[in-house]
Write a protein that binds this ligand. Structure first.
Ligand code: BG6
Length: 502
């Protein structure tokens, strides 16, 4: 159960380390995946002592209610090294500490390097890890990296070459934290363990698929990063295209990381590469204006800290992907994501086609259409799935009406299930790459997204174009209407009906 390893965290004083990594390592420690044979080196520029670092680590555990002894014992495995990533001498110090801890904790030279830093430093870090002989042939050497992985295909490719010069693909773990989420992992199970779905999972039975990643928060204090990214690169290039590939891929030969990857990559390759005209037709961008929801007022994006007053950065994207293969030809995959939308909610709606002929008569003349069958996969905040079917209205006649079969995990189960980072760290510790993005996936995603970005960069958008608290600009609704579709989920209606949203 226990796996011996040394974690070296570059960016050890940063937000990600404090919010996600230390608490996740602690959970693994509590479960016995980390026990006596592990150590953590935190590095960053600041001149901290081990004592101070351990205090910081302990503070990050507060919500997990450790006993004093547990917190002490756990944090005693943490060591701090002030480090300038460009200074070769510092890597020599790092090697000395690495070797010392390796011996002290009997770690068999198993090393995980976690780069929780801006990607411009990845190249120099990995080169130094090799040139200063920190990477050895004795145990395992694995590299865990955070997004953004480049800012377009070219820069991502360059970055990839730099890290591949030192680490083979099987030892590179590119984090997409959505792949650690319980219900994202469940997509494969819902599809491949249920014949009723998999046998209908194609263009003969599915009308369209809708993927919504809405966020109620604004850009918060991340204006500096976000101004250079925007919703397209922040969410679509990684998380959303990963979900599209999981929904669209063929059944893998087995559930191994290689088989899964092969199918995901094939699905991404089949996504149509749009011409500039097709981008204009199929993709919509938005930026939030000031707004009010449920008596709370929000400022516009352009008034957020570290955001330009005339910013053209999109905080919202909606679009239609088309997949040109036998299974999916003709089925739109609609996606939307944005900041300052009505609710935080990640869900997938699979909308099935109607029966070929409606043999029922409706008493009510207005309701001539049968409701479509919809499978909804709820990713967050609630986790579960529902299926909307048609049943008979009670009473005289044969009036069909939609009924929803709804399964949600209890709050208790959801709260106690492992957090995404905990699962991903354990995967990396075990060397299982299933829930990470392979280079071929990243490369395809950039190719798809670059075309959208390049087209958008040719013109200045009319921003802002949606009020904070709404589900995005009008054009995001028209995008579906022009195909005779509509968004299945509209949380804004609930607020409008109650006078809480204009
Ligand atoms: C991150 C984005 O990758 O995902 C953020 O950079 C976004 O902008 C976040 O808020 C959403 O993740 P989650 O887990 O809160 O849904």
């Amino acid at each position: 159960m226990e796996q011996a390893a040394l974690f070296t965290i570059f960016g050890g004083t940063g937000d990600l380390a404090k919010r996600k990594l230390y608490p996740s390592l602690f959970r693994l420690y509590k479960k016995g995946n980390l026990k006596d044979h592990f150590a953590v080196i935190g590095t960053a520029r600041r001149p901290w002592s081990d004592e101070h670092y351990r205090e910081v680590v302990k503070e990050t555990l507060q919500e997990l209610n450790p006993t004093t002894e547990e917190a002490e014992e756990f944090s005693s495995h943490f060591y701090y090294l002030s480090h300038n990533v460009n200074d070769t001498k510092h890597y020599d110090e790092l090697r000395v500490l690495t070797e010392k801890l390796d011996e002290q904790y009997d770690l068999s030279s198993n090393r995980i390097y976690y780069l929780a830093m801006a990607p411009q430093f990845f190249g120099t870090i990995v080169q130094h890890l090799q040139s200063q002989r920190i990477v050895t042939k004795d145990g395992f050497n694995r590299l865990v990296i955070e997004k953004p992985f480049g800012f377009d295909y070219e820069s991502a490719n360059e970055l990839n070459q730099q890290i591949r010069a030192v680490f083979p693909e099987k030892d590179i773990f590119r984090i997409d934290h959505y792949l650690g989420k319980e219900m994202i992992q469940n997509i494969a199970v819902v599809r491949f363990a249920n014949n009723i779905f998999e046998s209908m999972w194609n263009n003969r039975y599915i009308d369209n698929i809708q993927i919504t990643f809405s966020e109620s928060l604004g850009v918060e204090d991340r204006g500096g990063y976000y101004e250079n990214s925007g919703a397209l690169k922040d969410m679509v290039q990684n998380h959303i295209l990963q979900v599209v590939s999981l929904l669209a891929m063929e059944v893998p030969v087995s559930f191994s990381d290689e088989s899964l990857r092969l199918e995901k990559v094939k699905a991404l390759e089949a996504i149509r590469r749009y011409t500039p005209e097709e981008v204009e037709e199929n993709f919509v961008r938005g930026q939030y204006d000031a707004g009010e929801l449920d008596n709370t007022k929000f400022v516009s994006y352009r008034k957020e800290p570290n955001v330009a007053e005339d910013s053209s950065t999109e905080t919202f994207v909606a679009g239609k992907f088309l997949i040109d293969n036998f299974r999916w030809s003709g089925v739109p995959f609609y996606i939307r994501t944005g900041k300052r939308m009505t609710e935080k909610g990640t869900r997938i709606n699979v909308i099935f086609k109607q029966v070929p002929v409606n043999v029922f008569h409706f008493d009510n003349e207005d309701k001539q259409e049968l409701a479509q069958n919809v499978l909804t996969i709820y990713i967050q905040p609630t986790e579960g799935f529902s299926l909307t079917l048609n049943g008979k209205q009670i009473g005289q006649g044969f009036n069909p009406e939609p009924v929803k079969m709804d399964f949600r995990q209890s709050a208790e189960v959801t709260e106690n299930s492992p957090e995404a980072y905990e699962k991903l760290l354990l995967d990396a510790l075990r060397g299982d790459g299933t829930n990470f993005s392979h280079w071929d996936e990243v490369a395809n995603s950039w190719e798809i997204v670059d075309r959208i970005r390049q087209t958008w960069d040719q013109s200045t958008p009319e921003f802002p174009n949606y009020a904070a608290g709404t589900m995005g600009p009008k054009a995001a609704f028209e995008l579906l209407e022009k195909n005779g579709h509509e968004w299945n989920w509209h949380p804004d209606n609930w607020y409008r009906e109650r006078g809480k949203l204009n």
